[in-house]
Design a protein around this ligand. Structure first.
Ligand code: ZN
Length: 92
């Protein structure tokens, strides 16, 4: 999960300060290549509303699922992202 300081951290999409944890899309740092066009969003918090309107949303979700969605974690779970940015947990 991105490090989020309420009242200080800014939404990666609109740049406004995030004041509540509700309705956010936030991921861990899953894109390691800084030259990747979506790199700066891979360890960031975004308003859910901004995320829904984001032109790169589908690409971001696909990339998350390609990188993170394939991993089977130690407890046998897998995490995938829905089109709306919600991360789900399922047993592999
Ligand atoms: Zn925003």
């Amino acid at each position: 999960m991105a490090i989020l300081i309420l009242g200080k951290s800014a939404c990666a999409l609109c740049g406004e300060v995030i004041v509540t944890e509700h309705e956010l899309v936030a991921t861990s740092h899953f894109i390691s290549d800084p030259s990747h066009p979506l790199w700066r969003y891979s360890d960031a918090a975004m308003h859910c509303d901004c995320f829904q309107r984001w032109p790169h949303r589908e690409e971001f979700v696909a990339e998350y699922n390609r990188i993170i969605g394939q991993i089977v974690w130690g407890n046998g779970s897998q995490h995938t992202m829905r089109a709306d940015g919600t991360v789900t947990t399922a047993q592999a």
